[in-house]
Design a protein around this ligand. Structure first.
Ligand code: APR
Ligand code: PHB
Length: 393
């Protein structure tokens, strides 16, 4: 097999990349190791920055998002029994976010791809290695239906997430990894109950962090901070609701509505950046290159920024003959990646009970939250970061 762009991974990065390339008249092949059902059911944060929603619309994949997505003009920070609303449009000159599950984004992109309106998307095709990444004809060796095969490409984009293989094709001596792990994770539940608040609620409590989010007007998504290594099954549904209730408690008697829990899982927490994001004709995008703690809801949005930057660079080269934007790919993406890492780290350390924290550390957390609640400048920094950094280039 051969194609212009070989894409490893059919998560948001790989699927959107295939769509954008098709719309630009550039051929691609997507190799995805899991089956379609797995990809379409994988629960992830569902917050789309304004720029992400605009890209999906322009790519022809925004119709259901516009019909079913929920526009949110703010979030609530909760601490010390108080509630503070961060007003996105008021602080950013009109920006907001769209709540639309990542599972739905993937379903919409897959539907377009398999409707014949795009290149091959092979499920059950496991990439084994990227070869000759810095040559003129990089190749992806893969196994599909038990048979090993090779995909010859002009370019390879590793959209294969944190556990993928593409990164391994970058010579170790050229790689710098920056990472931080956190001694806690999030226990997340899906529940068939209307969200108890019409916007997301981020709660800092001495017992730990809690987040109220949603998937639709009738499905709630809630998280609570748990020690790393927690087994989701160790928490009964009632125990989860009881703990959430404690952490969301406010002085004004706000009530958390309960309902049947339909999914329960624990997400680990990590910050991670792999530099560079390019080696020869191999480019890395999304979780293959960087991971952020979900506190800032940046993961999907960073993946979108990477693939938009790659397609802009590749079409620039096709149209002008100049490789300058391709050569700047890594630096362009990393500027935005590091801003998202900073924001996600700030939100995580401000809102979570940090093991080993001293009473001084806890007062500093409250002072950071008070600052956001009382200063337009501090509120603007959060609102600008949450609603999205401009795509690079
Ligand atoms: N061969 C083929 N496919 C692979 C391989 C491989 N060797 N290794 C991993 N994959 C696939 C995975 O099965 C997955 O479907 O690559 C895909 C990577 O998708 P994601 O992990 O979703 O990463 P990305 O597309 O960058 O999206 C980032 O998704 O994980 C969330 O929180 C993250 O919201 C962020 C977004
Ligand atoms: C989610 O809806 O899953 C979600 C929302 C916001 C976050 C993280 C997760 O910061």
């Amino acid at each position: 097999m051969r194609t212009t762009v070989g894409i490893i991974g059919a998560g948001p990065a790989g699927l959107l990349l295939a769509r954008l390339l098709h719309n630009a008249g550039i051929g691609s092949v997507v190799l995805e190791s899991r089956d379609r059902e797995y990809v379409e059911r994988r629960q992830r944060a569902g917050i789309l920055e304004q720029g992400t929603a605009d890209v999906l619309r322009a790519a022809g994949a925004g119709e259901r998002m516009d019909r079913e997505g929920l526009r949110h003009d703010g979030i609530e920070l909760r601490f010390g029994g108080r509630r503070h609303r961060v007003d996105f449009p008021g602080l950013t000159g009109g920006r907001s976010v769209t709540v639309y599950a990542q599972t739905e984004v993937c379903k919409d992109l897959i539907a377009l791809q398999v409707a014949g309106d795009g290149g091959p998307l092979l499920f059950g095709a496991e990439a084994l290695a990227v070869e000759d990444a810095d040559g003129a004809r990089p190749r992806v060796r893969f196994r599909y239906r038990g048979v090993e095969d090779v995909l010859e490409c002009d370019y390879v984009v590793g959209c294969d997430g944190f556990w993928g293989v593409a990164r391994k094709a970058v010579p170790e001596e050229l790689v710098r990894v920056f990472e931080r792990s956190y001694p806690f994770g999030w226990l997340g539940i899906l529940a068939d109950v209307a969200p108890s608040h019409d916007e997301l609620v981020y709660a800092r409590h001495e017992r730990g962090f809690a987040l109220l989010s949603m998937r639709s007007p009738s499905v709630s998504r809630l998280y609570l901070q748990v020690p790393e290594g927690t087994d989701a099954d160790a928490w009964s549904d009632d125990a989860v609701w009881d703990e959430l209730e404690l952490r969301f408690a406010t002085d004004d008697g706000w009530r958390l509505e309960r309902g049947p829990v339909t999914q329960k899982s624990v997400t680990p927490m990590r910050s991670y950046v792999h530099e560079p994001m390019r080696h020869g004709r191999l480019f890395l995008a999304g979780d293959a290159a960087h991971i952020v703690p979900p506190t800032g809801a940046k993961g999907l949005n960073l993946a979108v920024g990477d693939v938009v930057t790659f397609v802009r660079a590749l079409t620039h080269q096709r149209d002008t003959g100049s490789a300058e934007l391709l050569d700047a790919y890594s630096e362009t993406c990393l500027r935005r990646v590091w801003q998202a890492e900073r924001f996600s780290y700030d939100m995580t350390t401000m809102l979570h009970r940090m093991p080993g924290a001293t009473p001084f550390d806890e007062r500093i957390q409250l002072a950071r939250l008070e600052r956001i609640a009382s200063s337009r400048a501090a509120g603007t920094d959060l609102a600008e970061a949450y609603t999205g950094f401009p795509f690079g280039g």
